[in-house]
Design a protein around this ligand. Structure first.
Ligand SMILES: *Cc1c(COP(=O)(O)O)cnc(C)c1O
Length: 408
C-alpha cells in the first residue's frame, strides 16, 4: 500500500500491519479500519466518519445496525441460536413461509452463504434433470454466462471467465458450458437434450454492474419454458430491493424457476442464503441428500423474517427507484472526459472511467480521503451501491466527492 495516496494514522497503520502479518492476502482492502456503523455511515478507529456507498456488496441494503433487525437479533440471541436441522425450532416455519411469500414460490431451502446457495441450486437442477426431465445419469449440463460471478467454490470458479478466479484451482467439475451474457439466442443454441438449467445474474454485479439488453431475461424465460430447462436467477446481489424492485427479474415480469438469494437476506448481521422454488423442483431433494449445520438456524430465521417484513413494506424498493433515478441523473452529468458510461438500475451504479483516467482503485483511494467508501469492480469501474436508507443529500454529497476525486 506504499503507492496509496491516503495517509493513515498510527492506529490505522498498526491494525493494517498486523492483519498483513496474520491474515491470508486474499483481499487488498482500502487502508481504513472501521470500528462502528449506523445507517449509511461508519466510523474508523480514529473517529473519522465515512459514507459507505458499497454497503457490503449489497449485504447492507438496510444499512448498518438497522434498529428493527438489531432488536430482533438481540432478542433471538438471548433465546435460541442453534438447534441444527436435527430438531425443528419455533422460527423455522414462519421464516420459510415468509420468504416463500416474498418470492411468490412454494418452498425454501435455507443455507448460509451465497456460494453455498448457488451450489445448492446446481444440485437441485441436476437432480431435477435426472429425476423429472429424464436426463441419462451423469450427463446433466448447466449453461452459465460469460463474465459471471457466483462465488468461490471449486465448481463455481470452474465456470468463471475471470482468470484470477479460476487459475490454479483445477481440475474443475464437468457439466458446465458458457455462453455470451445478454444473448438469448446464444443460450438457446447451447441447449442439448442434457441441459437442465441456465444460471445467470439478472444484472452482473462483479463484472461491473452490467445490465443486459432489454428483453433478455424475458427471452431466456421463454426459451427455458419452451425447451424444458430451469431458469436459475442468482439474485444474491441484485435482489431484495437493490434495483428498485424486490427482484431484478421483476423489471421484465420474469419469474425464474429458482431464486438464489443471500447477502441482504441476513440484514448485514448474519450470513443467510436460500434457494427458493416451487414443489415440482424442490421435491427432488429428500432427507439426507443435502443440508448444512447452520442453514436455517433460529438466529438466521429470525433476522430473515424481519428482512422480509422490511421488504414487504415496499419502502426500500420505492427509495431505490426514486433515489436511484436521482443518483443516475447526477452521475450522467459527470464530464465525458472522466466518465465513459454509467450503468445500473435503482441505487446501483457502475461508473465506467474514461480512457486515460487513473485506475478505479486509485479513484476509490481518493474517495476514501474524501470520506466516501466505494469499491472498484475490475479495472475501470467504480461501483456505487449505498444502503437503501441513504438520503438524497448524502447522495448529492457523495457524487460531489466523486466529481472532485475524478478532477484531482
Ligand atoms: C456475492 C455473490 C455471490 C457469493 O456470495 P458469498 O456469500 O460471498 O458466497 C454469488 N453470486 C452473486 C451474484 C454475488 O454477488
Amino acid at each position: 500500500m506504499s503507492d496509496s495516496v491516503v495517509s493513515v494514522s498510527g492506529a490505522t497503520r498498526e491494525q493494517l500491519d498486523r492483519a498483513e502479518d496474520h491474515s491470508a492476502h486474499n483481499y487488498s482492502p482500502l487502508p481504513v479500519v472501521i470500528e462502528s456503523g449506523a445507517g449509511c455511515w461508519v466510523k474508523d478507529v480514529d473517529g473519522v466518519d465515512y459514507l459507505d456507498v458499497l454497503a457490503g456488496y449489497s449485504a447492507l441494503n438496510f444499512g448498518h445496525a438497522h434498529p428493527a433487525l438489531v432488536r430482533v437479533a438481540r432478542e433471538q440471541l438471548g433465546r435460541l441460536t442453534l438447534t441444527s436441522r436435527a430438531f425443528q425450532h419455533d422460527r423455522f416455519a414462519q421464516y420459510c413461509e415468509d420468504l416463500s411469500r416474498l418470492c411468490r414460490k412454494e418452498a425454501v431451502l435455507p443455507m448460509n452463504t451465497g456460494a453455498e446457495a448457488v451450489e445448492t441450486a446446481l444440485k437441485l437442477a441436476r437432480k431435477w434433470g435426472y429425476d423429472v426431465k429424464g436426463v441419462p445419469p451423469g450427463r446433466a449440463e448447466v449453461v452459465t454466462c460469460s463474465g459471471n460471478f457466483h462465488g468461490r467454490t471449486i465448481s463455481i470458479v470452474g465456470f468463471s471467465s475471470d482468470p484470477d478466479a479460476y487459475t490454479g484451482f483445477g481440475p474443475y467439475p464437468a457439466g458446465f458450458v458458457s455462453v455470451e451474457y445478454g444473448n438469448a439466442d446464444a443460450f438457446e443454441s447451447a441447449i442439448t437434450d442434457d441441459t437442465v438449467a441456465v444460471l445467470l445474474e439478472p444484472i452482473q454485479g462483479e463484472a461491473g454492474v452490467l445490465v443486459p439488453p432489454v428483453g433478455y431475461l424475458a427471452a431466456v424465460r421463454e426459451v427455458c419454458t419452451r425447451r424444458g430447462v430451469l431458469m436459475i436467477a442468482d439474485e444474491i446481489q441484485s435482489g431484495l430491493g437493490r434495483t428498485g424492485e424486490t427482484f431484478a427479474c421483476d423489471h421484465e415480469n420474469v419469474t425464474p424457476d429458482i431464486y438464489v438469494l443471500g447477502k441482504a437476506l441476513g440484514g448485514g448481521l448474519v450470513p443467510v442464503s436460500a434457494v427458493v422454488a416451487d414443489w415440482p423442483v424442490m421435491r427432488v431433494i429428500g432427507p439426507g441428500q443435502h443440508g448444512s449445520t447452520f442453514g436455517g438456524n433460529p438466529l438466521a430465521c429470525a433476522v430473515g423474517s424481519a428482512v422480509v417484513a422490511l421488504l414487504e413494506t415496499g419502502e426500500y424498493q420505492e427509495r431505490s427507484r426514486r433515489l436511484g433515478a436521482y443518483l443516475h441523473g447526477m452521475l450522467r452529468e459527470l464530464p465525458v472526459r472522466h466518465v465513459a458510461e454509467v450503468r445500473g438500475r435503482g441505487l446501483w451504479a457502475g461508473v465506467q472511467l474514461a480512457e486515460g483516467m487513473p485506475s478505479a482503485r486509485a479513484v476509490c483511494e481518493r474517495l476514501l480521503a474524501r470520506r466516501v467508501l466505494a469499491k472498484d469492480a475490475h479495472e475501470g469501474t467504480i461501483r456505487i451501491a449505498p444502503p437503501l436508507v441513504v438520503e438524497r443529500d448524502e447522495l448529492t454529497w457523495a457524487v460531489e466527492q466523486l466529481a472532485d476525486a475524478l478532477a484531482e
